[in-house]
Write a protein that binds this ligand. Sequence first.
Ligand code: PLP
Length: 390
Amino acid sequence: MKRNPYFSQLSPSYLFSEIKDRVQRMHEHHPHISLINLSLGNTSEPLGCSTADALCQAATDLKNPSSHTGYGPEGGLLILREAICNTIYHNAVSPDEIFVSDGAKSDISRLQLLIGPMTHVAVQDPSYPAYAESCRLGRSSDPSFFSYLPSPLFSKPLLCTVPDNAVLFLCSPNNPTGEVFTHAELETLISHARRHQQIIVYDTAYQAFIQGDYPRSIYEIHGAEEVAIEIGSFSKMAGFCGLRLGWTAIPHALRYTDGQRINPDFCRLVATVFNGASLLSQQGGIQVLSLEGQKECQRQIDLYRKNTHLLQTALVQKKISVSGGRHAPFLWVKTEHKNSWDAFDFFLEKMGIVVCPGVGFGPLGEGHIRICGFGNPASVAEAASRIDRL
Ligand code: PLP
């Protein structure tokens, strides 16, 4: 077999592998230093009790011959799809427009199969690296097929650089900057997309962290159902990073440039490449979306917010330029006079804190690092006091 030539378009090592290697080297050379990892967007709080109980019950059901089930429906259990429509979308979306998945990241890749190799894809810069990486793996990175869009991207001239019929990957709240789109900004983006027959893929993995009057879903904006696919995740909302559960919404009103509907194609694609999300995770997800489950999630989110605030205060006191932190558990730190990886090494060597180099999120991330508010409160407090002692 010949190597897929698109592998050579990926950066030599995926961001988090390079971080792991550097941390490993630090461990080997300084085994006595206890490192605090604030680099990964990995939840640290245990599952809510009622959700854990629902998972145990689902396992018990699978153990009994009378309640055992094999494969579930590829698009997800109807009761979960209904709960997503109810709780997340306030019924602005219907259950047959929801496709339950094993996480947002898998759906980002599956969407590349839907988009195909000949459509131009534009990705916010900086943003979650999976958009650009999954894009590069399946298509030429020639500028006629791929471009970065500097973020924030609300100016019309900037949007006009994206060709007609293109797909735009947007993320709100943005990972890594924590920026969130306003209603007015989304209206601009949607009307621009309608005029230019573009499709927006809107990733809401951190929507549960949004505070104040900002859209939690693109479907809050009139007309979005004609131009937008939305990706959601249970990972950060409910601590499902390891359990794996997410969804993609493909409204019936969404059409290709030739007028055909996109939803049936995604349905076909899911049936071809996926046998559905784990039934255990789905039962957990149903509980997460109940009143009790949502209260448990809120407690976790409040804790991550406190963590983020503590770190932000420590950085601000050191006169370090920092943004984000309000709508996502991320602090976006400007690394004066240092490039991202030098700043990464500085935090690692001087404070034993592992951060994420901003350049891993796109070229405009250079000169920044991302610090996460996930982590148990004791280690976050220790990180804050290390920053304080700097
Ligand atoms: N989308 C964004 C913006 C993310 O930051 C992440 C993970 O960090 C994901 C999606 C992945 O979500 P999941 O765990 O559901 O695959």
